[in-house]
Design a protein around this ligand. Structure first.
Ligand SMILES: [Zn+2]
Length: 260
């Protein structure tokens, strides 16, 4: 299961059938279409409506909207649509936008409150904002009224072993992307070995970050099989075990009924 795909960046409206066919052929049977802004949220919900049981979606207001006007009722309406499984992508990025820190924190807190009100897990982005991300997630966890196993996931993990320990302590799943396969990513592979099998997810973050041997290509859900292969190699585990476990974990986190 590919837990993180950006169809809005893909611009694949006419290609989605072919993309899904390649995913199915690679053994990737489900995916979560990721929102983050009004158009992306609507497209993700539309994809889920068209392919029920195969595409699910997350919707939210991501960090780019921190200093923009935003309409929470519109987001609430999208989250009422069938196939909504998470609030996302949301989070903090001080690498690209350090000047909007305060506004980013306020928006992230607002999105976490929305997730609590709906008992939906969160899909979280964090870059050069580890301390603030964890502080807000800990407050969220303390107030979380739902199943503690379904708090959320830190997506596209790019931190080292210390950060992964703190993310696990906060109660989140950790999702690994194609970066796990990059030659210079030893600290991510080291972190990958520290995550218990029942807290691991895999994702492509397509169309970004295509894994080896597809580097330089546009990433797509079929390639999550290569991410799983890199993760299995890093952990010294069998590919089938990583595939089965990450699928079960995603089903638990996103509350998608059984199917393996
Ligand atoms: Zn993303």
């Amino acid at each position: 299961m590919d837990t993180h795909v950006h169809f809005d960046v893909f611009r694949i409206k006419d290609e989605i059938e072919a993309v899904l066919a390649r995913a199915r052929a690679a053994g990737v049977r489900r995916l979560v279409a990721m929102g983050g802004a009004p158009e992306g949220n609507a497209l993700a919900a539309d994809c889920a409506a068209k392919y029920p049981g195969e595409i699910y979606f997350a919707a939210g207001f991501d960090r780019y909207l921190a200093t923009e006007p935003r309409e929470l009722p519109a987001l609430e309406q999208i989250l009422d649509r069938p196939g909504a499984v998470a609030v996302g992508e949301i989070g903090l990025d001080y690498h690209y936008s350090p000047e909007t820190r305060d506004a980013q924190r306020a928006l992230f807190a607002e999105m976490l409150a929305l997730a609590r009100a709906r008992r939906l897990p969160v899909v979280v982005h964090s870059r050069e904002a580890e301390d603030d991300t964890l502080a807000l997630l800990k407050e969220h966890a303390a107030a979380w009224p739902g199943d503690p196993a379904r708090l959320g996931v830190l997506h596209c993990f790019t931190g080292g072993p210390d950060f992964v320990r703190r993310v696990l302590e906060a109660g989140l799943f950790v999702s690994f992307s194609g970066i796990t396969s990059f030659r210079n990513a030893d600290s991510i592979r080291e972190a990958a070995r520290l995550v218990p099998a029942d807290r691991l997810l895999v994702e492509t973050d397509a169309p970004y970050l295509a894994p080896v041997p597809h580097r330089g290509e546009r990433n797509e859900p079929a390639f999550v099989a290569d991410v799983a292969r890199a993760l299995a190699a890093a952990r010294g585990a069998a590919l089938e075990d990583v595939a089965r476990q990450t699928t079960m974990n995603a089903e638990l986190l996103f509350n998608i009924r059984g199917a393996t």
